[in-house]
Design a protein around this ligand. Structure first.
Ligand code: AFP
Length: 358
């Protein structure tokens, strides 16, 4: 194996830091600790049931009389243990924890906040489909309210870094520090993240969309119109055929879209009027949205840029559309046009898949 020098995540961060002479190194430490947590999770995911942990959600499973941690609990523990001690963070928020996590008293506090979904798509673990971790880095307010969610309630445009790890055929870390998007592949020999995908860009156009079509009866008219036009293909208003994907693992969808374009939709729907969508704003929509926008794509609720949403609660849900810029802008236009409640749009009445209830 030739020892060719590889450009590691550490080297990338040091180069980036040179652009900020005032930097103390705390920011780089946050990113490297997040990367370390992702390495631990990558190893546990790779071993799967062989490693004595199980994917099903719910905290713990009883295996031959022993309580085994499920992978999402183990992943959450990895994020907390590896990020709590360094002195760079003032607090953490996790999809797995109802309240913000207070840094233990024996550790110093820092000037950043870390929000994360330690294992997104975990319902796919038992069926061996790619899953991921999603993270978002914010600046802590000058006056901290420790353990209070209010410190985290900042719009996505205030993030200083964000990204995801995808645990697939290879483990990758995709990161933005506000200066474009770069992809790093975990070298199984070095066990270091190595820069393999510099300056990732989302193609502005696409012929591929991702949505859970089993929810179609709950969609609002603009989404029904957009999907119906895609399905109408070359004979329809779009004049081209589309392909559909749905992996039920947003990190895997986001990575495919970064690599070859596409549009992901998990819109606000009428399935559960008590919530504005399925995906969480702070540690799913905002970090993925930041990555997409930094890569020349777009991320929206359908009605406004997702990074402009003012959060009102830690685990708030939001409708989410992201990917190829021109497609997301089209979907936003459809949301802004006058409502078409009478389903006057020809496709709904004649050929549409989503005919109005009789
Ligand atoms: P889980 O983490 O519970 O598997 O949810 C994954 C997810 O939050 C996101 O990654 C998927 O895009 C979406 O939910 C899938 O939702 P459906 O199961 O409703 O298709």
């Amino acid at each position: 194996m030739p020892l060719t020098p590889k450009f590691t995540l550490t080297q990338f961060l040091i180069e980036e830091r040179r652009r900020h002479p005032e930097a103390t190194g705390d920011f780089n430490s946050v990113i490297l600790n997040v990367a370390m947590a992702c390495k631990h999770i990558a190893r546990a995911v790779a071993f799967g049931a062989l490693g004595g942990v199980y994917g099903n959600a719910g905290g713990a499973v009883n295996v031959q009389g022993e309580q085994q941690k499920t992978l999402d609990v183990l992943s959450n523990d990895a994020f907390l243990r590896i990020n709590e001690w360094g002195g760079q963070l003032a607090g953490m928020a996790s999809e797995e924890l109802e309240k913000p996590y207070e840094i233990p008293a024996q550790f110093p506090r820092g000037k950043y906040l870390l929000a994360f979904d330690p294992l997104d798509g975990s319902s796919n673990i038992d069926v061996n489909v790619s899953v991921g971790s999603i993270f978002s880095v914010l600046r802590a307010p000058e006056r901290l309210h420790e353990g209070e969610e209010m410190d985290f309630l900042q719009p996505g445009c205030t993030q200083v870094a964000a990204g995801y790890a995808i645990y697939g055929p290879t483990t990758m870390l995709v990161l933005t520090v506000g200066n474009g998007v770069n992809g790093f592949t975990l070298d199984p020999n070095l066990y270091e993240f190595v820069l393999t995908h510099p300056d990732m860009r989302v193609p502005e156009d696409t012929q591929e969309f991702a949505i859970n079509a089993s929810n179609s009866r709950f969609w609002e008219a603009p989404i029904k119109r957009y999907v119906d036009e895609c399905l109408a293909g070359t004979g329809g208003p779009r004049g081209k055929d589309f392909n559909m994907r749905w992996i039920a693992s947003m990190v895997a969808e986001a990575h495919r879209i970064l690599m070859r374009g596409g549009v992901f939709m998990y819109p606000r729907d009428t399935k559960d009027p008590s919530r504005a969508g399925r995906l969480r704003l702070l540690y799913e929509a905002n970090p993925i949205g930041f990555v997409m926008e930094q890569a020349g794509g777009r991320a929206s609720t359908g009605r406004q840029p997702v990074l402009s949403v003012q959060p009102s609660s830690l685990h708030q849900r939001v409708g989410l559309v992201f990917g190829s810029k021109n497609e997301v802008e089209r979907i936003e236009r459809y949301h802004l046009e006058p409502r078409r409640d009478d389903f006057s749009y020809p496709l709904f009445n004649e050929r549409g898949l989503f005919r109005a209830p009789l």
